[in-house]
Design a protein around this ligand. Structure first.
Ligand code: NCD
Length: 338
């Protein structure tokens, strides 16, 4: 494995997909498989990271990414600490660095950070002693989302190599798209970006993707249709004539979803805007795997935390022990949905 995670006195970070390379992605997806099994147990918890502390620093709103990291850390028996920008001393003028160092001074092994500015995760990895995970930095990267998406595609379609993924919607402002395109290319998928010119990044030459403005021409050849919402909080000017027109030209309506190949899947990182990029009834159709993406996110983030922070050999095998060292009761039987 190459990249930044291997430097800095042996501390690993997950800042971008490029840091991981194809080998690192495959290693995390393999680990995620083991944790998916843990998540089917009646007590979905292992002592792998007991005694470690994971802090979540979210300077931007989040529902699933934040809850997913917290759940993942708890299922590995780590202690967790949560910071919300709105309820913090930021409003009293404290700087990002002082805020991050204050949290780190409480003894943190891993900091999960989301921020509206690109580059904040890299900056924190230089300032803090522990590992840093980028949970989304501006329009730049969101590597754990790309990993959980790759896991979901592999689970549903049996592999990624040679598959055709159409990414549709506001690509210009999407950190999800940047990380996903990088991961899909490392794993050998073909990608077509489908969007009006105003929602494409200024230059896609270096991206190694095809570009189209005609969703109807792309759908029959797609194995995966990946939808992105209009990220209006990041748009500095009006980029579309109207939401209705966007829905008509680029939205995945139920009628369009009905024209997909039988095996094709529809993905969305959330939050969805039903009736805009996705037809109101599409998330409930059989081709949609949005809920699976969320469920897989926990296993993948457990894999990432374990990969960064390590553990004693065999730590995953046993159920978690409580504070007194007494093992929690073993499940009576393996269950499907723990
Ligand atoms: C995305 C994000 O925040 O980058 N959501 C997510 O993490 N699941 C996508 C978005 O906000 O549209």
């Amino acid at each position: 494995m190459s990249g930044r995670h291997a430097s800095n006195g042996g501390r690993r970070h997950l800042l971008s997909i490029g840091d991981l390379g194809a080998g690192g992605i495959r290693e995390i997806l393999r680990l995620a498989d083991s944790f998916a099994e843990v998540n089917t147990r009646a007590i979905p918890k292992v002592p792998a990271l007991r005694g470690r502390t994971v802090a979540s620093l979210f300077f931007e709103d989040s529902t699933r990414t934040r809850l997913s990291f917290e759940t993942a850390a708890k299922r590995l028996s780590a202690d967790t600490m949560t910071f919300s920008a709105g309820a913090s001393a930021l409003s009293k003028g404290e700087s990002l660095r002082d805020t991050a160092e204050t949290v780190a001074a409480m003894g943190v092994d891993c900091t999960v950070v989301r921020h509206r500015s690109a580059g904040v995760a890299v900056q924190l990895s230089r300032w803090l002693d522990g590992s840093v995970i980028n949970a989304g930095d501006g329009c730049h990267e969101h590597p754990t989302q790309a990993l959980l998406d790759c896991y979901t595609i592999t689970e549903r379609l049996g592999g990624i190599e040679g598959r055709h993924v159409a990414i549709v919607g506001d690509i210009a402002h999407s950190r999800v798209a940047r990380s996903l395109v990088a991961a899909l290319q490392l794993l050998g998928a073909g990608v077509t970006l489908v969007a009006p010119a105003t929602l494409l990044p200024p230059a896609t030459d270096g991206w190694g993707v095809k570009v189209s403005s005609r969703i109807d021409a792309i759908l029959p050849r797609a194995d995966v249709v990946y939808l992105l919402r209009l990220q209006r909080e990041r748009q500095e000017r009006a980029l579309l004539p109207s939401l209705r027109e966007f829905h008509e030209r680029f939205g995945l309506t139920a009628e369009r979803a009905g024209r997909l190949a039988d095996h094709a899947i529809v993905m969305h990182p959330g939050p969805m805007n039903r009736g805009v990029e996705i037809g109101a009834e599409v998330p409930e159709m059989d081709c949609a795997v949005v809920a699976e993406q969320v469920a897989n996110g926990v296993s993948v983030r457990m894999a990432v935390l374990f990969w960064l922070l390590g553990a004693e050999p065999g730590a995953m095998a046993a159920p978690a022990a409580d504070a007194s060292g007494t093992p929690e009761p073993a499940p009576a039987a393996e269950v499907g949905d723990g």
